[in-house]
Design a protein around this ligand. Structure first.
Ligand SMILES: [Zn+2]
Length: 308
């Protein structure tokens, strides 16, 4: 059996723009319901059971709890994307990192009644010092290491786009050495998330293509849809792959209702997920899922652990 794990970072505009060092004056959470409803419907069509990484602070809001429950009740895994989505997670004092990991796990477990065992850092911005903390708190896997060959380029581009913001905001993509970390899921070394070893803790690196190690995930495919088939050919023989998506991939931000919620300030860039219409995005997702469905069954990460 070949397994594809679809992972969704449930980032609302608040988290997205925090990543750009911006604060939104007004925010409705309208996208939460719209996006999650679209995702659940789309995943049903392709028989996908996925892993949803939630920012726990978002579900402290009563109206959003029903949406979290709808995702869990549909058989998807709920995992942690931190408590408050700090872009500079890697640079925070260990005490603050521990707080983000503990608090998010507690909230999500309380609301769903299910154990939370997976973590993905905001902006893939993780560091090795959290590995003992993750294990102590009962996490069993992480999915933040992004071993792409264009890691340095992405770091520089992010730094340049954020040059007027604070140091925490300018940082992204974790430790530099992760760019040479294994590109297939692995048990980590005792103290290093980016190295293979014999620990009981698992890293599911963000998917990259074979050979060139270019990113193979939704945001990249929105910018370069012509790379989908070429990239897929280089990984389709692997027994386990994962495909990362975001809430924004299933929301139409070009409609009038969002015009006052997407800040078009100068000095920040807008990702394609906020610029394309939902119809344009769905065309791309149908293409991606059609080709993956031919070769893979879909399982959430927690169930994929058993196959490692
Ligand atoms: Zn995020």
């Amino acid at each position: 059996m070949k397994i594809c794990s679809i992972t969704v970072d449930v980032d609302c505009l608040n988290s997205n723009f925090k990543g750009f060092g911006l604060r939104k004056p007004h925010y409705s959470y309208r996208e939460f319901g719209l996006g999650l409803e679209n995702i659940l419907q789309f995943f049903d069509q392709y028989n996908v059971k996925a892993t949803f990484f939630f920012v726990a602070k978002d579900v402290e809001i009563a109206e959003n709890v029903t949406l979290l429950s709808a995702v869990a009740d549909a058989g998807h895994e709920i995992a942690s994307h931190s408590y408050s989505h700090p872009q500079g997670f890697r640079l925070l004092p260990l005490e603050d990192k521990t707080f983000e990991l503990r608090k998010s796990k507690e909230i999500l477990e309380d609301l769903t009644g299910k154990e939370v065992i997976g973590f993905r850092a905001p902006g893939w911005n993780i560091s090795d010092d959290v590995l003992p903390v993750l294990r102590k708190l009962g996490y069993k896997y992480d999915s933040s290491v992004f071993p792409t060959s264009i890691s340095i380029l992405l770091k520089v581009l992010h730094y340049y786009a954020m040059r007027k913001r604070d140091a925490l905001t300018r940082s992204t993509l974790g430790k530099l050495y992760y760019l040479v970390s294994p590109s297939t899921p692995y048990h980590t070394e005792e103290r290093k998330l980016g190295e293979k070893g014999n620990s009981d803790f698992v890293e599911f690196p963000v998917q990259v293509t074979g050979f060139c190690r270019l990113p193979f995930f939704a945001s990249f495919h929105l910018s370069y849809p012509s790379c989908i088939e070429m990239g897929y050919k280089t990984i389709k023989n692997r027994s386990i792959i994962n495909y990362q998506m975001h809430l924004s991939d299933f929301v139409d931000y070009t409609v009038k209702e969002f015009s006052d919620e997407v800040p078009y300030q100068t000095g920040s860039y807008l990702p394609f997920s906020l610029k394309l219409t939902l119809t344009e995005k769905m065309k791309i997702w149908n293409k991606v899922f059609r080709i993956i469905t031919e070769d893979y069954d879909y399982l959430p990460l927690k169930e994929t652990l058993a196959y490692l």
